[in-house]
Design a protein around this ligand. Structure first.
Ligand SMILES: [Zn+2]
Ligand SMILES: [Zn+2]
Length: 308
């Protein structure tokens, strides 16, 4: 089967067929973002697969001596063709590497999550009828149209299509409704931040991971994560030290103490990665963690491939 060769991940035939249908409809100019219904869609059938899910936090700091540890912007690459957020997406690799990414899921409208999107779309442009698809909630799509692709900050890429070849298609996500692309199923789940924000559950038929995006204490994400088969890892934000708990509460972020409370909501054997550690507070957060170590917590290094 064609899809099986492309994905190589041993998912069920129906899963590949729906991914292929989505790809064709997207190429035809139809925005089909919803392939399931909240709370009713079973995960992809479980199969062993030869290729692991590969996740990279894209570096956003210079010089290279800081790039692993200092995360100014947020964007993750999943395998070769999918990204979560676009903070540093336009700064990563060369043209070939960027143009392989065809689906970008934006968690929320804050600049550290969308800053790299305009330059990325320019670099990834292939001049073909099939273009990059950017997914987000209504707040994200409104912001992209009004604040970014407004003819001042950047050209109106949504409607610019030289010779019928567009730069980007925007697709609306609904909470709890999964989207299937490139052998992955991504389910957006509302979390608790200062603007409407989605975390994501990502499954490939053999494993699953969870991205919290920016959030304060939250609940639905963990309720849904508990039901995932073969959950391997959680990427949870950790933005402020405990001394700034009031700032974290106001800005809807987490401290080390709050991070531990979120872990308790998902009592499963998984790897926990702290991400979104603000460089300004990195030393204070590290000293919190030295004073009260959190068993199982790993700080995610930017630029390194993690496989699950
Ligand atoms: Zn934010
Ligand atoms: Zn952020």
């Amino acid at each position: 089967m064609k899809g099986l060769k492309r994905g190589g991940r041993g998912l069920g035939e129906g899963f590949f067929q729906s991914a292929e249908i989505l790809r064709r409809m997207t190429a035809a100019g139809i925005c089909l973002a919803f392939v399931g219904f909240a709370g009713t869609t079973p995960g992809p059938p479980h199969h062993e697969r030869a290729v692991a899910m590969r996740i990279t936090l894209l570096p956003s700091a210079f010089p290279p001596s800081l790039s692993e540890t200092h995360q100014y912007l947020t964007s993750f690459r999943i395998n070769d063709h999918v990204a979560i957020d676009a903070g540093a997406l336009g700064l990563f690799g060369g043209h070939a590497e960027q143009s392989r990414i065809r689906h970008v899921f934006i968690t929320h409208s804050h600049a550290d999550h969308v800053a790299g999107l305009p330059v990325f779309l320019d670099t990834a442009y292939r001049g073909t009828p099939e273009c990059v698809v950017v997914y987000g909630n209504q707040s994200v799509l409104d912001s992209l149209r009004t604040d970014l692709f407004n003819g001042r900050v950047w050209p109106d890429y949504e409607h610019l299509a030289p010779n019928g070849c567009p730069f980007v298609r925007l697709c609306l996500l609904q909470p709890g409704r999964p989207v299937e692309v490139e052998g992955l199923r991504l389910t957006p789940v509302p979390v608790d931040h200062t603007v409407p924000t989605f975390g994501f559950l990502i499954e490939d038929g053999a494993g699953a991971v969870v991205f919290s995006s920016d959030t304060g204490p939250t609940s639905e994400l963990w309720e849904r994560a508990r039901r995932l088969a073969h959950l391997k890892a959680v990427f949870l934000e950790l933005s402020f030290p405990d001394a700034l708990a009031s700032v974290a509460e106001t800005s809807r972020h987490l401290t080390p103490s709050l991070f531990v409370e979120e872990m308790r909501k998902l009592p499963m054997e998984v790897r926990w990665f702290a991400v979104h550690v603000k460089p300004r507070f990195r030393e204070a957060i590290l000293s919190d963690l030295a004073a009260r170590p959190i068993p199982g917590l790993e700080l995610m290094a930017a630029g390194r491939d993690y496989e699950f």
